[in-house]
Write a protein that binds this ligand. Structure first.
Ligand SMILES: C[S@@+](CC[C@H](N)C(=O)[O-])C[C@H]1O[C@@H](n2cnc3c(N)ncnc32)[C@H](O)[C@@H]1O
Length: 234
């Protein structure tokens, strides 16, 4: 079974997710002790997708997040470069497209908002992806990213790093079709920057009003930003 490395070769990452697609949603819920559901509903609240809006859910996997965001009446499109993940979520009935986050097949200013949930840390070049996302979002549109992060309180950070990630790898062994893939996921979680560093990367790609919200003691954080409106450039 394939597993990716921290150099995040796109073919390896896509093949790895193809390999875990079948049991992914269940394994994800087990490994996050069911918190994934709360993270999705909070991300949906922050996204605040309204009827009449067009939202791109990037790295959508099986579309479980896309279905959640569409509840408010917005048109939400799931995009992912793992066909296996998309196929596993076909039953959800959300519109889906195969696409690489670094080369999106959409015109400039196509969406009111783009969101990425537990996917951006797998992109081979985070800043290039943030620039590409900015291209397809309309001026004044939003970016909402839910991603693993760094608990600010040292004792929780210690427990999280030393025990929980090992536990997660163990869970992956029992509940997934590809235990090696879950080792990669754990490694990529540890290597991901903390809240402030990621906010700086977002700002460096031209986004404004970057802020974040910690969830579950900062194990996960939701970053939100705005693409500068046209008049702010005048
Ligand atoms: C951990 S899953 C998260 C899925 C879903 N967003 C969720 O919250 O359950 C990460 C997803 O990112 C996708 N992905 C990683 N790199 C990508 C890229 N460059 N372009 C598109 N999708 C990508 C993978 O195929 C995988 O489906």
């Amino acid at each position: 079974m394939p597993r990716a490395n921290l150099d995040k070769d796109p073919h390896e990452v896509a093949a790895m997710f193809d390999g875990v697609a079948r049991g992914y949603d269940r394994a994800n819920s087990v490994m996050t002790f069911g918190f994934d559901r709360r993270w999705r509903t909070t991300t949906a609240r922050v996204l605040d997708a309204r009827p009449g809006e067009k939202v791109l859910d990037l790295a959508a996997g099986t579309g479980v997040s896309t279905a959640e965001y569409a509840r408010g009446g917005a048109w939400c499109l799931a995009a992912d470069f793992s066909l296996g993940m998309l196929r596993s979520g076909r039953h959800r009935g959300v519109p889906m497209v195969a696409a690489d986050a670094l080369h999106l097949p959409f015109a400039d200013d196509s969406f009111d908002a783009v969101t990425v949930s537990l996917g951006i840390r797998n992109f081979v070049d985070t800043r290039a992806a943030l620039l590409e996302i900015a291209r397809v979002v309309r001026p004044g549109g939003r970016l909402v990213v839910c991603e693993v992060s760094t608990p600010p309180f040292a004792p929780i950070r210690f427990v999280y790093r030393k025990f929980l990630l090992r536990l997660m790898t163990l869970f992956g062994r029992f509940s997934s079709t590809n235990p090696e893939a879950y080792s990669y996921l754990a490694e990529s979680m540890l290597a991901w920057p903390d809240q402030r560093s990621f906010a700086e990367t977002i700002a460096s790609a031209g986004w404004e009003s970057v802020e974040w919200l910690n969830l579950t003691f900062g194990v996960v954080a939701i970053h939100r930003a705005i693409k500068p409106p046209l008049d702010s450039k005048a």
